[in-house]
Design a protein around this ligand. Structure first.
Ligand SMILES: [Zn+2]
Length: 167
């Protein structure tokens, strides 16, 4: 008979990895929605206990709102839905590494876990260009998982900018 504990030990990380990937695919679907609106294709979902709470997609142009990044849209919708400005214990999935503004909002909201797709070497604030989320001065530091579906997420952005240059 196999050792049950050992089986579970090996199975669990795989399971959570699989669900990270499926939530990221959902965020990618929202990135597509942004692209249909003529926005840079970035999508985000906020999840609590592996259940969807809110969705967001990048929309600063169509809403004339410089803060309407996918993460901010998802955080606002989630807080309104949960009737709580703290999103403790939540996981935020976003297709691109968050910028400085969104990293700040993630800390304000007390997001427990940040999972992002493609790294952003120019603006990423989760360690690529800035390292805001692990700063020792913060009283809240989310767990960070980067690079989930990174090539899919990055490819979508690269194609978008390539087509823009051609147009
Ligand atoms: Zn942002």
């Amino acid at each position: 008979m196999p050792d049950q504990r050992q089986v579970r030990h090996h199975f669990m990380p795989k399971l959570s990895h699989l669900s990270d990937e499926s939530w990221m695919r959902r965020a990618l679907g929202l990135a597509e929605r942004a692209e249909h609106l003529g926005e840079v294709p970035i999508g985000a979902v906020l999840v609590v206990n592996n259940e969807l709470v809110a969705e967001g997609w990048n929309q600063p142009l169509s809403t004339n709102d410089p803060t309407a990044h996918a993460e901010i849209v998802a955080l606002r919708a989630a807080a309104a839905r949960l009737n709580n400005y703290r999103l403790t214990g939540s996981t935020l999935y976003v297709t691109l590494e968050p910028c400085v503004m969104c990293a700040g909002a993630i800390v304000q909201a007390r997001v427990g876990r940040l999972v992002y797709g493609a790294p952003d070497p120019q603006r990423g604030a989760a360690g690529s260009a800035f390292d805001l989320l692990t700063a020792a001065a913060l009283n809240h530091r989310p767990e960070i998982v980067g690079g989930v579906c990174a090539s899919l997420c990055g490819e979508r952005l690269r194609e978008f900018f390539q087509q823009k240059r051609k147009a």
